[in-house]
Design a protein around this ligand. Structure first.
Ligand code: 0PR
Length: 423
């Protein structure tokens, strides 16, 4: 779904939405027909930098406090510095960078430790989409040709639709209950001899809900089916909730559940890492082996690739490792504590505003709101005109309380929300 966001930089945002829909507005700055495609001679770096800054000045920034609907954030400055120092590294050729390859192995096992299974394998990939694609690719290769269906909640991220289209597999989407968790009885009934994999979500894209994963794990064990957990967003939140003071009885999502074969967990969401950084973690080498590709000719000789992408950023690996080392459990707990505090603070203030409701009790730092006197589309448009970028889902708007936000930002937003809800 296209991200719907606000004005402030309204023209830019508009342009982007319209571009996505392939309708060019009048006077669109992005594609002027007569602009040269490739400069005949180079310009000075100062001029290029000025031009670039001018071209990009209409973009929203995380620092503005107006991005309220993104699942990414301003990267941690230390992580960003490490990233910029390791730009030349290509983890796709591990023979050139054997130390970095070892660092990736250790990074995956460190994240495995967080997910209660140090003895795992996996890769730092481009994001949740690649990780989910890899999981279904692995499941498909393991299942054989007669099984082509994946059972998953209707709230699953659209990356699963991409995976289904790419691999010609069928998705069986199961409705969710009032708390946005998949209806487990219907989920059970959907399992049949064509089922090749089950998917559960630990932190849904829309409302941050966590599916009944222990029941799904039991189902996977009973039918000997592949189970993938998408914790792209929740993976760097749920493990720290309890120590942050927000105990949650739904927070069991990881390899402690015996049926789980793989997990998506994204450092570039709540892990504070620069984009691109997602992770796919498999329970064992044997499981991962269903989607590894042997490569024989690279520097260092024979290697096995566990990713879709060949050439990939070693800077991501270095940044993720460094951030985990520098923040530790305590650092991540502090981040989650702050984000959860903002989530409940905002929820309580919104309860005092006439004309706005919250959708479910927040489980993690994702808050759904809906207006009672107008459509969510209308409210999204009004907020966009006041400079605020929220995400528009069918029936509600999503606010993600990310590390770049503060109570000061949220107080400003509340004034605007109250005014717009009353009009
Ligand atoms: N799984 C879940 C549960 C997700 O929420 C997302 C992305 C993915 C997988 C895919 O991850 P990548 O986008 O890293 O491939 N969720 C966000 C969303 O769709 C992605 C996003 C992030 C969108 C920042 C906008 C934005 O500003 O809302």
């Amino acid at each position: 779904m296209p991200e719907r966001c606000g004005r402030g930089a309204s023209q830019a945002i508009h342009t982007r939405i319209i571009e996505i829909e392939y309708v060019l507005p009048k006077g669109c700055l992005v594609l002027k027909k007569n602009d040269p495609q490739f400069p005949s001679s180079g310009k000075s770096v100062d001029q290029v930098r000025n031009d670039l800054n001018r071209i990009l000045e209409r973009d929203l920034t995380f620092g503005s406090g107006c991005i309220l609907g993104s699942m990414c954030s301003k990267p941690d400055s230390f992580g960003a510095r490490i990233f910029s120092e390791q730009l030349e590294k290509n983890i796709g050729d591990p023979g050139l960078h054997p130390a970095l390859a070892e660092l990736e192995y250790n990074t995956i096992r460190t994240i495995g430790d967080l997910l209660h299974h140090r003895d795992c394998v996996g890769a730092v990939v481009s994001g949740g989409t690649e990780a989910n694609l890899l999981a279904l690719w692995t499941a498909k290769n393991r299942a054989g040709k007669s099984r082509r269906e994946v059972v998953l909640p209707a709230t699953a991220h659209f990356s699963f639709d991409k995976a289904a289209s790419l691999m010609d597999i069928d998705l069986v989407k199961i409705p969710v209950d009032r708390e946005n968790r998949v209806c487990i009885d219907q989920y059970r009934q959907a399992v049949c001899p064509r089922t090749m994999a089950l998917v559960g979500i630990a932190g849904t894209t829309g409302l941050g809900a966590v599916d009944p994963l222990s029941s799904i794990s039991e189902l996977a064990m009973k039918h000997e089916l592949y189970l993938h957990i998408d914790a792209a967003f929740g993976g760097f939140v749920l493990p720290f909730l309890e120590s942050a003071g927000y105990p949650c009885d739904q927070s069991d999502f990881d390899f402690q559940l015996p049926g789980v074969d793989s997990i998506t967990i994204d450092p570039h969401k709540m892990g504070r890492a620069p984009i691109p950084a997602g992770c796919i973690i498999y329970r064992s080498d044997a499981i991962a082996g269903h989607s590894t590709t042997d490569v024989t000719y690279l520097a260092g000789g024979y290697t096995r690739q566990r990713t879709i992408i060949g050439t990939r950023s070693g800077a991501s690996v270095a940044a993720v490792w460094s951030l985990i080392q520098s923040l530790g459990i305590e650092g991540y707990t502090d981040i989650v504590k702050r984000c959860m505090y903002m989530t409940h603070w905002l929820k309580d203030r919104i309860a005092e505003i006439e004309g706005i409701e919250t959708v479910i009790e927040p489980v993690i730092n994702v808050l759904g709101i809906k207006p009672t006197g107008m459509t969510p589309e209308r409210l999204a448009e009004k907020l966009r005109n006041r400079g605020y970028a929220l995400s528009l889902f069918p029936g509600f708007l999503r606010i993600t309380l990310m590390p770049h936000l503060s109570i000061v930002n949220l107080s400003r937003f509340l004034h605007v929300l109250e005014e717009e809800a009353a009009k």
